[in-house]
Design a protein around this ligand. Sequence first.
Ligand SMILES: [Zn+2]
Length: 248
Amino acid sequence: MEPVVQDYTSWNQLAQNIAFGCWVLSVLIVLGHLIKLSITGDAKDKYDYINKSEINLLWIASIILVVGCCFYANSNVVELSVLWIFVRLFTTISMGLIVALIIQNLLKFYYPFYVERRLKALRYKPRISPKSGTAMKLLSEEEEDAYLDEGMQAEENLFSTDYDVWKDEETGYIKIEKYAGHLHALQCPECNYQTFKVVREEIIKQPTAAEEGEILKHYQCGYCGHKARKTVALRQSSKIEESAAATA
Ligand SMILES: [Zn+2]
């Protein structure tokens, strides 16, 4: 094939500029994330922010970075023919996809271990009371019920939701934090990735005033597909017990 005789300097320059632009944008996204993390003082806010955004932001930054690399790899054109264009396009796109796939796998299957460790530390980091400035105490499951209303207790029982109650023992100040359990993945017993989640819940036995009910949780691994079921005791919240007793 006849090489097209042309000067590609302007294209090379443009491709290089696009590449640098992508890299700068990618770095800015990561920097912005780090700044947001450092200025978020409240442990719970930080927890929610990391849980919701960190992996997505890193994924977006990675894609932009890879696109930048694709442009950079094509900013050295000296000679071009139709065949060359196809070869370059094909190589660039397939290399880009491979790298993106590797990064996606790292973010989906390995990175969550690191995120999980930090989230755990944030969740149990002693909260400081705004009233007395001292560390508050995290109440146990039994102690916290006194501070959760009926709806919250029902949610704790049913929807893989966890409420943490922090109490300032000096002033009695209470801080209640909500954690969505179903968004939260556990370590899969089969493949060991942090991808084991509750996908469905069903009540198999309604609780009565006298007896605990049972709830069946279906887990499935997002990586290897491993499934498991677990029954959990379903307590009746005290309010429901009272009304049931009243209507009986
Ligand atoms: Zn698995």
